[in-house]
Design a protein around this ligand. Sequence first.
Ligand SMILES: Nc1ncnc2c1ncn2[C@@H]1O[C@H](COP(=O)(O)OP(=O)(O)OP(=O)(O)O)[C@@H](O)[C@H]1O
Length: 256
Amino acid sequence: MIRTENITKSFGENEVLKGITTEFYTGKPNLIIGSSGAGKTVLLKLLIGLFEPSSGTVYYGDTDLFSLTPKELRTVRMKVGMLFQGNALFDSMTVEENIRFPMDMFTRMTAKEKSARVDECLEMVNMEGINKRYPSEVSGGMQKRVGIARAMVLEPEYLFCDEPNSGLDPQTSILIDELICDLTTRNNITTVINTHDMNSVMGIGDNILLLKNGLVAWRGDKSQVLESDNQTLEDFIFASPFLRRLRTDALKLRNG
Ligand SMILES: Nc1ncnc2c1ncn2[C@@H]1O[C@H](COP(=O)(O)OP(=O)(O)OP(=O)(O)O)[C@@H](O)[C@H]1O
């Protein structure tokens, strides 16, 4: 589990996070949602330790992330997988070289062991056999899968995904969500996903944190979204008249 304790973060006069206390559960996808500028990316960067909080802290289990020595921090980082927005694959490297990269950086595995692990990870994301292709030679959805394979290569205990569905069509987005969810459950990973995608909220939202103006506006799971009377949640999720109508119809159906 990852826990934040009263985190604040300011850039100059701009207080972006104003006291976030929350938990991200192990073995579940945890979603951070909120409108543009709410502070989602800043919170994600704090969770990874890329930013330091102005006050408060982040715990990985019982470990205070911001009291670690650089060496201890490196050990924690080795347990972290990251799926960046837009994949961040290296265009000049093949799929295989991209997936191998974290092993080259952080391990002393032999070439044979690395090759075997690359194959395992490609199989994990149903992309066997594309080892020698370049990112530009595969579709956006396939690139996303390669990004996930790379994030999984060091068997992370924590997985952070920044907008994993950006640029994907709705069907591919759902497949990517299902894949992330499946890997999270099967490997008992603490997964934190930053998203705008309503399909993700309703599909894999086991623990949803809604941010507004640097504060937690609502927290719950997908089964509580429809019935919630939280105005910020309603405005965010059911933003269009069409979605509001769908919600009314769904509630009528549910309540007979
Ligand atoms: N490095 C930085 N220096 C100064 N201000 C920053 C920095 N990073 C983020 N901010 C500010 O923090 C606020 C929140 O930004 P953040 O990127 O977390 O929003 P977000 O919720 O992720 O939005 P989006 O959904 O559009 O990505 C913005 O006002 C932004 O200008």
